[in-house]
Write a new protein. Structure first.
Length: 404
């Protein structure tokens, strides 16, 4: 889609349930401005909001800069009088469902191209100024469903329970049906709760965090630490500048790709956009203090690398690469994250977030978990009815015959 003026949406969806002006607020949708103008808008609102790292300009700005030239995002603007109090970017793609039915999908802060979206946004949503009101996400999404040009489906990827609920309410009112594409747990460590727990739980031999974990995990961590220390003192190092961070990133890539290729999978770095995006993110984020590349070693022995985002008390464990060993008592991932959590505690941070996915080390080292969802809001109508009929037919054809 190019930067032409927004076409009037189809009247079948423009039911007027969600007006563009409500109370003191107004909504507009327009082609996104040039990156410099968008940056000024975004940073000004970011200072007046409580965004996740994935709604910060550090992430969004890198995403915008790495979009293919043919991808033209649209900008949602929520205003309170003349002040901008809400922003979000949407990308549209035309595709076919079941290889037959043409449809237009709109993605929030994604492109709809699986290779480009391998970046995997989490905590996705609308950037809103503080104290705007908890009902606004539902109103905004409802207005978008009625006014996004030719919208057959909206995709909201990596959203939490609150936005999922708002999206469901908006979809029902606007004549769309919510459908979960995928969902996953998101384990994390409540670092505030971990402080001081060792003494209170009676595990005086353990540090505060380790005392919260199961007996088997505590044993595995202690044993792996002892075995690694035979090679020299354990060290957790954070890259001092972007040059060192990029060196750690390159070393992490080698370990990460080697591990996943041994398992017959391509690994995160297989998509060219992944490395281009993160090269820019690391350069910007290390300087801003929101990106950390970490090296874990024992003497001269390389154990692993962690690529973490640090944002307003949160540590997001985004990517990693570990030096695995034939001795399965050595746990490079377990030890690396354990030391990173200890570092986060020392730094006074609030949460260590393992991010989406249910790996064994995440279950072992986390103290809590929440839920992330990838949600589709699909227009009711003939395409959906045809798809439903085809799915029911497929079910009947594949159903095993009844025993007689």
């Amino acid at each position: 889609m190019t930067g032409e003026p927004m076409r009037k949406p189809e009247t079948r969806k423009n039911r007027g349930l969600f007006p563009a002006a409500f109370g003191r607020f107004t909504l507009t949708l327009e082609p996104a401005p040039d990156p410099a103008t968008l940056k000024a808008f975004w940073l000004d609102l970011e200072r007046r909001a409580e965004p996740s790292f994935f709604l910060s300009w550090t992430w969004i700005g890198c995403w915008v800069r790495t979009l293919p030239p043919e991808t033209k995002p649209w900008l949602l603007i929520l205003r309170d009088g003349s002040s901008i109090v809400g922003l979000a970017l949407f990308v549209s793609r035309c595709c076919r469902r079941l290889a037959l039915l043409p449809m237009r999908r709109w993605w929030l802060h994604e492109t709809g191209d699986p290779l480009a979206d391998i970046l995997t946004i989490e905590d996705n949503g609308i950037l809103l100024a503080r104290d705007c009101g908890s009902d606004l996400p539902c109103i905004i999404l409802g207005w978008l469903l009625e006014n996004l040009p030719g919208c057959d489906e909206m995709i909201l990827g990596g959203i939490g329970p609150e936005l999922e609920l708002a999206a469901g309410c908006a979809a029902t009112a606007a004549g769309f049906a919510p459908r979960i594409l995928s969902e996953t747990v998101r384990p994390y460590v409540d670092l505030s709760a971990a402080r001081g727990q060792g003494h209170r739980l009676g595990h005086d031999g353990d540090d505060d965090y380790l005392a919260l974990l199961g007996r088997g995990t505590r044993h595995a961590v202690r044993r792996a630490v002892r075995l690694y220390e035979a090679s020299g003192p354990l060290r957790f190092s954070v890259a001092r500048d972007s040059a060192e961070a990029l060196d750690y990133f390159a070393r992490m890539k080698l370990l990460h790709q080697a591990h996943w290729r041994r398992r017959g999978q391509p690994g995160a770095f297989a998509a060219p956009v992944f490395e281009r995006f993160h090269d820019g993110l690391i350069r910007d984020g290390v300087a801003a203090g929101s990106v950390e590349l970490c090296r874990v070693s024992a003497g001269d022995r390389e154990i692993g690398y962690l690529y973490n985002f640090t944002w307003r008390g949160w540590v997001h464990a985004y990517q990693s690469g570990f030096a695995y060993d034939k001795d399965n008592r050595l746990k490079p991932g377990l030890v690396s994250h354990y030391l990173a959590i200890r570092h986060a505690l020392d730094e006074g941070r609030l949460v260590y977030d393992f991010m989406a996915g249910d790996g064994q080390h995440k279950r072992s080292l986390s103290t809590h978990a929440t839920r992330l969802v990838w949600l589709a809001l699909t227009a009711e109508g003939l395409p959906r009815k045809v798809e439903g009929a085809l799915r029911r037919l497929k079910h009947r054809l594949l159903r095993p015959p009844k025993r007689t």
